[in-house]
Ligand binder design. Structure first.
Ligand code: GLP
Length: 250
C-alpha cells in the first residue's frame, strides 16, 4: 500500500494555489479529464486560483467532465444554498466548461433511488473518475458519507448528521428552537458513496485549519473505521493531501 503524499503549505492562500496548480496540470495533461468536485468553504480559494490560471494561461476546460460529490435533496439549482448555485458562482461561469459535461445530482428528482442510480451510471458512462478532489468534514465525512456503523458504497440519498447540519447552516440552527420547521431544511443530500470515491484513479484531498487536524491524523494513521469515513482513503493507492500548516501540524 502506497502512503499518501502529504503537501503542507504555509497558509490557506498557498494551499489553494497548490491544489489549483495540480488540477490545472491534470487538465493540461489529459484534456478530457473526468473530475469529481467538492463544495464547502475549503475549496473556494482553489476555484478562484483555477479561474485565475484559466484567464492568465488559457487552460482549456472544453473537454473536461465534472461530477460533483453531492447535492442537497429537495432543492433546485436556483436555490442559492444548492451546490449547483455554488458551482456556477465559483467555477462554471468562469471557465469554458461545456454545460452538458457538468453534472450534479438532481435535488428535485422524484425518485431518489432512480436518481442515485442514474448518477452512478453517468459516472460509469463517462469512463469513471480520473481525479476526485475532496474536502473533509470535522467528523471525517467525505461528500456526505457521515460516520456511522456502516457506509454505503454507491451514490445514495444520505441524512446529514446533526453536527454537519449545524456547521453548514448556522443561521438555521440558531432559529431551530423557535421554529422547529427549519430543522427539516437541507437535512438530506445525494452523495457519491465511499465506493464511488475510492474507484477514482487519483484522489486529492484539501484541508485547512486546526479544526481538521485531529480527524486527519486519525484518518491517516489510525485504524480504518466507518466511524471516520476518511480513514478508508488508506485503502487507495494514489492519494495526495494538500494541507495548510494548521491542518497538517502533527
Ligand atoms: C460539507 C460537504 C463536504 C465538504 C465538507 C467540509 O458538508 N458535503 O463535501 O468537504 O463539508 O466543508 P468545509 O470545507 O466547509 O469545512
Amino acid at each position: 500500500m502506497r502512503r499518501p503524499r502529504v503537501l503542507v503549505e504555509p497558509d490557506y492562500e498557498a494551499l489553494s494555489r497548490r491544489a489549483a496548480a495540480l488540477i490545472d496540470q491534470a487538465v493540461r495533461e489529459q484534456p478530457a479529464l473526468v473530475l469529481a468536485l467538492p463544495t464547502g468553504a475549503t475549496p473556494v480559494g482553489m476555484y478562484a486560483a483555477l479561474v485565475d490560471l484559466h484567464r492568465r494561461t488559457g487552460t482549456d476546460w472544453s473537454q473536461v467532465t465534472t461530477f460533483n460529490l453531492d447535492e442537497y435533496a429537495g432543492v433546485g439549482p436556483d436555490d442559492p444554498e444548492s451546490y449547483a448555485a455554488y458551482m456556477r458562482r465559483h467555477l462554471f461561469e468562469h471557465v469554458n466548461l461545456h454545460p452538458a459535461r457538468c453534472h450534479l445530482p438532481d435535488g428535485l428528482a422524484a425518485d431518489p433511488a432512480a436518481e442515485a442510480a442514474r448518477y452512478e451510471a453517468a459516472i460509469d458512462a463517462a469512463g469513471g473518475i480520473d481525479l476526485a478532489v475532496l474536502g473533509i468534514g470535522t467528523n471525517g465525512h467525505l461528500g456526505f458519507n457521515e460516520p456511522g456503523s456502516a457506509l454505503t458504497a454507491a451514490t445514495h440519498l444520505a441524512e446529514l448528521s446533526e453536527s454537519t447540519w449545524r456547521r453548514n447552516f448556522p443561521h438555521l440552527a440558531a432559529r431551530a428552537a423557535m421554529e422547529p420547521a427549519v430543522r427539516a431544511r437541507y437535512r438530506r443530500a445525494y452523495t457519491m458513496g465511499i465506493g464511488t470515491i475510492l474507484q477514482a484513479r487519483r484522489i486529492l484531498l484539501l484541508a485547512s485549519g486546526a479544526g481538521k487536524r485531529a480527524i486527519l491524523r486519525e484518518a491517516l494513521h489510525g485504524p480504518i473505521t466507518t466511524q471516520n469515513p476518511a480513514s478508508l482513503l488508506q485503502l487507495h493507492p494514489d492519494v495526495t493531501l494538500v494541507l495548510d500548516r494548521e491542518a497538517g501540524a502533527w
